[in-house]
Write a protein that binds this ligand. Structure first.
Ligand code: 8YV
Length: 328
């Protein structure tokens, strides 16, 4: 298969330099309209493409993969998370799946830290108030939030992004705690002054802020369910920049409304782009439109990773960011 003739179908608009390079290197079909592919369009694309460049908005499930032609060799996801792809089925069909880890770590950690700062300090309420022209003058007991320094931050998922959040949070005086499948290396724990909790339940009960930074897998679906949310302190906050499915959104909304939880900062949702209406309009909840990795630099680097993965694969080598089902 010559590199020039490799048919690459890209499901969404990517930054200009990325699209330009993809066109230079391969027989690339772009999605000028940028409308997310329907299941039928995805099925049609996998029936023709040698390589599919997908994003979080593509549901590449077993039914779509069943339409894949023999020629489909690679699904190169533009993104770190691959929970939109049935990786197991793809690999069983001999299709390689790659992603773009590492290049969006700092950007996602920045937005996580922004939420960790903004929710307890009520920044969004302040902004809304100013925009509504309702600032009548300073008062000693007005707009009081909660101090960060000295509080406990519990990070669920201590991978690259979790560690980057910990580094930032440490600088703000937060004490770092974490729950992970296994403890991180000793020198990282020491650098971060981080405490490992084998029991998520026990950690949750003691944290002031909980940050979700783990991938969505069958094992993490609704990890923060109603029972676990109830374990948390009523003055605690939850921040989620990972995947909406890790939290039972309805249970979260209920807990906040009933005063069992102090608030939340969410960049991701269970059924994007839908947002649970019970979360909208709550004064102690900040909602963002899945923009954790949305920097120009990050998105170009994600695109470069996609290109490197395709090119390496096309040249007959193992692409650097191959996703192995056992890792999920
Ligand atoms: C991406 C993300 O923008 O990389 C991820 O997993 O959640 C986002 O930051 C999105 O997934 C692009 O496909």
């Amino acid at each position: 298969m010559s590199v020039k003739r490799l048919k690459v179908i890209v499901t969404r608009r990517l930054p200009d330099p990325v699209e330009l390079r993809l066109k230079e290197l391969f027989d690339t079909e772009l999605n000028e309209a940028d409308t997310p592919f329907t299941q039928d369009q995805l099925a049609e694309a996998v029936g023709r493409a040698d390589v599919l460049v997908s994003t979080v908005t593509d549901q590449i499930d077993g039914r779509v993969l069943a339409q894949a032609g023999e020629q489909l060799r690679l699904i190169a996801q533009f993104g770190a998370g691959v929970d939109n792809i049935d990786v197991q089925s793809a690999v069983q069909r001999g299709i390689t799946v790659t992603n773009t880890p590492g290049v969006l770590t700092d950007d996602t950690a920045d937005v996580t830290m922004a939420l960790i700062l903004a929710v307890p300090r009520r920044l969004h309420e302040g902004i809304e108030l100013m925009e509504a022209g309702k600032f009548d003058g300073w008062a000693p007991t007005w707009m009081m939030g909660r101090r960060l320094a000295g509080k406990r931050l519990g990070i669920i998922g201590m991978g690259r992004i979790g560690q980057a959040v910990a580094r930032r949070a440490q600088a703000f005086g937060l004490q770092i705690h974490y729950h992970n499948r296994k403890p991180v290396a000793r020198h990282i724990e020491e650098e971060l002054g981080a405490t490992f909790w084998d029991s998520l339940d026990q950690m949750l009960a003691r944290m002031d802020i909980v940050s979700v930074n783990c991938p969505h897998t069958p094992a993490t679906f609704h990890l923060l369910n109603s029972r676990r949310i109830k374990l948390m302190k009523p003055d605690a906050f939850i921040v989620n920049t990972a995947r909406g499915e890790v939290i039972d959104e309805a249970a979260l909304a209920r807990a906040i409304r009933d005063g069992e939880l102090a608030g939340a900062g969410l960049d991701v949702f269970e059924r994007e782009p839908q947002v649970n209406p019970d979360l909208v309009g709550l004064p102690n909840v900040i909602l963002l439109p899945h923009m954790g990795s949305a920097t120009i630099e990050g998105r170009v680097e994600m695109g470069e990773k996609v290109i490197i993965n395709i090119k390496t694969f096309a040249d007959g080598h193992r692409p650097p960011d191959r996703v192995i089902p056992a890792m999920l």
